[in-house]
Design a protein around this ligand. Structure first.
Ligand code: ZN
Ligand code: ZN
Ligand code: ZN
Length: 291
C-alpha cells in the first residue's frame, strides 16, 4: 500500500490566505534548517511547505487501483502537484466543506466516480453522509454514491475498508481502517474527532502500520476557545480543543492509545506557533509512505 498525503491542513490551510503570521511566513519561506528536514522527509521544499485541505491518496500496489480519502477543495492543485493519477473510487468521512467540496472536480475528469460514505442518519441534519453527498451532487452524473454501514468492512479498490464512528459534534463523522489483504498492511485515519471516542472505535483503529491522527492546535489554544479544552490528561493538559478536534498532545496520546507502529498528525492549523508547527511528526503535503 502506497500512501500519499495530498492535503494535511485544516479548513483554511497553511499558508492561510492573507495571513502574515510567523507560521504562514515560515510556510512560504521555510529557511535552510527546515528545508533540509523537509528533504529528509522526501518533500520538495523549493516552493515552500504547504498544508492544504485534508485528503489522502491510497494506492493498492497489488491491483494497481487507488482510493481517495476525502475530496479536498484543493483537489485540482493537489493532483497537479503530487505525482499520482486519478483515483478509482473515493470515500467521504463527513460533510464539512474541507472534506467534501472537491467532489465538484469529478465533472469531465471521470466517467464514473464511486463515492463510499456512511448510511447512518444524522439526527442533526436528518440525513446520512451518503444522503448528504447525493443531495449536494445530484446534478453530477459522474458521482455515484454507495452507502455503507459503519463497523462493517467492505471492499473498494481491492482494499478492505471499515468506517469507524468518531466524535465530531454536531455532525456524524467517521475514521477509517484500510487494510491491504495480501500484505496485511493497515492504514488508520482518525477523521475529524475529539480525543474520546467509543472503545469499539478505538479497537477498530488499533494496530495500524501508519495512523493519521488529527490534531488541530497546540494545547494552550484551548484558553481562547469559548468552550475551553476537554479530556485532560493526568497533568491537566487538554487533549480536546473545544468539543470537536484534538490538540497536538491529544493526537500524540491517541496514536499511542491505538498502538500505531508509526503516525503523523494531520489537519493542523496555522495557529500553532512557528517553532512547533513543523515538528517532524506533524504531516506536510507530499509526504509518502510505503506500508
Ligand atoms: Zn497564518
Ligand atoms: Zn470537520
Ligand atoms: Zn476538517
Amino acid at each position: 500500500m502506497e500512501v500519499t498525503l495530498l492535503g494535511t491542513g485544516d479548513t483554511t490551510g497553511t499558508p492561510t490566505v492573507d495571513c502574515d503570521c510567523e507560521t504562514c511566513e515560515r510556510a512560504h519561506d521555510p529557511g535552510p534548517e527546515l528545508r533540509e528536514r523537509l528533504r529528509e522527509r522526501g518533500v520538495d521544499p523549493s516552493e515552500g511547505v504547504e498544508r492544504s485541505r485534508f485528503s489522502v491518496y491510497v494506492r493498492n500496489e497489488e491491483t494497481g487501483e487507488s482510493l481517495l480519502v476525502d475530496a479536498s477543495p484543493d483537489f485540482r492543485h493537489q493532483f497537479l502537484t503530487q505525482d499520482v493519477g486519478l483515483p478509482d473510487a473515493a470515500i467521504v468521512t463527513h460533510v464539512h466543506f474541507d472534506h467534501l467540496d472537491g467532489l465538484g472536480n469529478a465533472y469531465r475528469l471521470f466517467d464514473d466516480l464511486p463515492v463510499y460514505a456512511a448510511d447512518e442518519t444524522d439526527p442533526v441534519t436528518g440525513e446520512s453522509v451518503a444522503e448528504g453527498i447525493r443531495s449536494r451532487y445530484d446534478y453530477l452524473d459522474t458521482v455515484s454514491v454507495h452507502p455503507q454501514t459503519p463497523h462493517e468492512p467492505f471492499t473498494v479498490a481491492g482494499l478492505e475498508v471499515t468506517l469507524v464512528p468518531v466524535e465530531h459534534p454536531p455532525l456524524l463523522c467517521y475514521g477509517l481502517r484500510i487494510e491491504e489483504p495480501e500484505s496485511g498492511a493497515v492504514l488508520s485515519i482518525s477523521g475529524d474527532t475529539c480525543y474520546e471516542i467509543p472503545d469499539r472505535s478505538k479497537a477498530a483503529l488499533s494496530g495500524a502500520d501508519l495512523a493519521l491522527v488529527e490534531g488541530i492546535v497546540h494545547e494552550e489554544a484551548c484558553e481562547f476557545h469559548p468552550k475551553g479544552g476537554a479530556h485532560h490528561d493526568e497533568d491537566g493538559v487538554p487533549r480536546t480543543f473545544g468539543t470537536k478536534h484534538m490538540t497536538l498532545p491529544g493526537a500524540r496520546d491517541f496514536a499511542d492509545d491505538i498502538d500505531a507502529e508509526s503516525y503523523r498528525i494531520v489537519h493542523t492549523a496555522h495557529y500553532v506557533p512557528a517553532d512547533r508547527a513543523f515538528a517532524d511528526d506533524i504531516a506536510v503535503d507530499g509526504e509518502c509512505f510505503s506500508l
